[in-house]
Design a protein around this ligand. Sequence first.
Ligand code: 5GP
Length: 136
Amino acid sequence: MEKDIFCKIINGEIPCHKLYEDNDVLAFLDISQVTKGHALVISKKHYENFLTIPQEEMHKVMDVAQRIGQVDIKYLGAKGVNILSNCYEAAGQTVMHFHVHVIPRYEGNEGFILEMKQNDGELNLPAIAKAIKKEL
Ligand code: 5GP
């Protein structure tokens, strides 16, 4: 299987600005900073995305994402943090290796993915909730 770009970063074939590393998890700065400190947290083992990674592995990644978010607030001057994981191309996933974005938010840069919000009045919320709930 051809290695994706994050596998190459894990192997040291491509450099990165490393924030954290242990046996299972690597965190580094995103090459395209949405905001100052925008970080990526990835599993060292290759899984496609958040929906396909085993829970135990996912939790290790989320623990590190939480800690980075706490540091952003405490030491980087962030007033908030967006933690998100794009799953599949239709949702904007461009690197098919599980990763979590940790995006610090500062005063004066409001607005983000919620700009895609649809008018609730046009959607049948009870039907949507029912369809999801019955499969959980
Ligand atoms: P996605 O769009 O898949 O959710 O996020 C992939 C992210 O990986 C993008 O934000 C992109 O900027 C970042 N990225 C892609 N290639 C590299 C790279 O070589 N180094 C680093 N540090 N980030 C990368």
